[in-house]
Ligand binder design. Structure first.
Ligand code: SF4
Length: 66
């Protein structure tokens, strides 16, 4: 059975895709804001948001205009 979101879901259309950061990380990249930043192993390193392509997607996808 195929995934129902395949072909329709895309980070670039998701409510959790941070378009404000797109210019900082690249034209086709943005930050996923679904979860809090991920902690890093170095004690003094700050957490990072996952970088995703506009064409990526995951099971938490929600349409930005929904
Ligand atoms: S990784 Fe998932 S939740 Fe994050 S922007 Fe992409 S589809 Fe949305």
């Amino acid at each position: 059975m195929g995934l129902t979101t395949a072909g329709t879901a895309a980070c670039g259309k998701c409510r959790y895709f941070d378009t404000a950061s797109t210019e900082q990380v690249g034209a086709s990249l943005g930050l996923c804001r679904y979860n809090p930043p991920m902690s890093q192993s170095a004690q003094d390193a700050h957490g990072v948001w996952p970088k995703v392509e506009t064409s990526d997607w995951c099971g938490h996808y929600e349409r930005a205009d929904a």
